[in-house]
Design a protein around this ligand. Structure first.
Ligand SMILES: [Zn+2]
Length: 453
């Protein structure tokens, strides 16, 4: 063996040994993701990328590095089951729409790296990214973002991405809807996520998986931020939905559907989708079906909240749709909580500026959810929906060390989740103290893609 090789090997061993130094996190309290109450005098022992022990008043192993975070509550890293990290459409709708026409997709991809950082620094260590498309472009910016994070090139949350999102011609996801016919030189097809009929839907699913999709997203009803449809009309037939679910599940991908309307929701639940996103107009009978089938509801309360607070930013037709959906979703969400429908935390980040995801917690609690259940929705529930229960979602021995700290007691004041002070992802400290100044992460409102919400 050459001396150089031997030296390299020794260095490797030394580096490995250094990696294995335990980090002990101490905190006044802990939410472990599964218990009904907080654990006092919490200790979490991390080695490498994993949690090796967790409990109350545990002894500190020899040689461990102790980080005493004081009067905070530890939690499993938060998860957001509904984001769009490659865009930001929180500003003026028409300005954004005009900007789509001169948007440089590569520049947008670089901007997206700041959205990813803002999200993980806010305590969201895992996200599901439900749709990334740029009109007349075939770039997969979400796949590139996910891969760059996984390779350590940039800092961001673990991402499960959906690529384009599948929908019908003229439906919520059609990127050319509302523009003059043929402005972009061709009618969108399955390569844009636009498909009609069961066979084309299967082709679109296969195309997306081929290009890196971890999860399949489809629009089965109209939406708020699209110009050529009604918010609650069904947009896929039951036969198309069955093909969508069958093909996705055969390829071991979950199916998330954008759906405001009640009829579309009933048909989607029947077809076996894994989650209903938004669900604004769902009636109690539909919620009962969801509960019986174990379908998750991702309420995205923050999206409606943001649009209603900036209503003048949207054209009159969209204002009317937003008001109708906003008025309906309050009762729908209260009913879902009362009936015990499985609720996955998801915000639709991009409709509002990235990094404000945690504001969803207070909205959930204000509408009748207990703080512990709200925290569970963003940890254990999302881990179940995303198929990651073996890896994340609880603070338990053997899980990846995705850990955040919030000041005080979030069960007494749920807005503590908006003031995350410590973030660890896979054993690496992303931040301990103030976040990167927002000036460096400026998320400009006018940069974007076609409607995805
Ligand atoms: Zn969305």
């Amino acid at each position: 063996m050459s001396r150089v090789l031997l030296a390299l090997l020794c260095l490797g061993i030394a580096a490995n040994a250094a990696d294995q130094t335990s980090i002990v996190l101490k905190a006044a309290r802990m939410f472990d993701g599964k218990s009904k109450a907080l654990v006092q005098n919490a200790v979490v022992i991390v080695q490498g990328d994993k949690i090796v022990d967790v409990g109350s008043n545990l002894p500190v192993p020899d040689g461990a590095k102790v980080i005493d975070l004081g009067d905070v509550t530890l939690s499993p890293g938060f998860m957001d089951a509904h984001t769009h990290l490659t865009t930001d459409f929180s500003g003026n709708y028409n300005e954004r729409r005009l900007h789509e026409l001169d948007l440089d997709v590569s520049e947008q991809a670089i901007k997206a790296t700041t959205y990813a950082r803002a999200t993980v620094e806010a305590g969201f260590t895992t996200v599901r990214d439900l749709g990334s498309r740029f009109v007349a472009s075939r770039e997969f910016v979400d796949v590139a973002l996910r891969n760059s994070i996984n390779k350590g090139v940039i800092v961001g949350p673990r991402m499960l991405v959906a690529t384009k999102g599948i929908g019908a011609t003229g439906g919520h996801f059609d990127p050319t809807s509302g523009f003059r016919d043929f402005l972009f030189g061709r009618e969108p097809d399955y390569t844009d996520g636009i498909a009609n009929g069961p066979e084309e839907i299967r082709k679109a699913v296969r195309f997306e998986v081929k290009n890196g999709a971890d999860v399949i997203k489809a629009a089965v009803s109209g939406g708020v931020l699209s110009l050529a449809d009604e918010v609650d009309t069904p947009q896929l037939t039951p036969a198309e939905m069955s093909a969508l679910v069958d093909e996705s599940h055969r390829l071991r991908k979950k199916v998330a559907v954008h759906c405001h309307g009640d009829q579309a929701a009933r048909e989607a639940i029947e077809a076996g989708v894994d989650s209903i996103e938004h669900g604004s107009f769902m009636k109690p009978e539909t919620l009962t079906r969801m509960k019986n089938k174990g379908t998750f509801l991702t309420p995205t309360l923050m999206a409606t909240e943001w649009i209603m607070s900036k209503i003048d930013n949207y054209p009159p037709a969209l204002q009317a749709k937003a008001k109708a959906a906003g008025a309906a979703r309050t009762e729908m969400f209260r009913n879902a909580v009362k009936m015990g429908v499985k609720i996955s935390f998801g915000t639709d980040a991009a409709v509002f500026p990235h990094g404000q995801n945690a504001k969803e917690f207070k909205l959930m609690v204000d509408l009748g959810m207990t703080p512990i259940d709200a925290l569970k929705s963003a940890t254990a529930n999302d881990a179940e929906l995303l198929g990651l229960v073996q890896k994340v979602g609880t603070l338990e021995k053997g899980k990846l060390a995705d850990i955040v700290a919030v000041p005080g007691d979030p069960t007494a004041d749920i807005t503590a989740t908006e003031r995350v002070s410590f973030v660890m992802k896979e054993g690496k400290i992303i931040r301990n103290g103030p976040p990167t100044p927002q000036t460096a992460l400026k998320t400009e409102a006018a940069e974007v893609a076609a409607p995805v919400d």
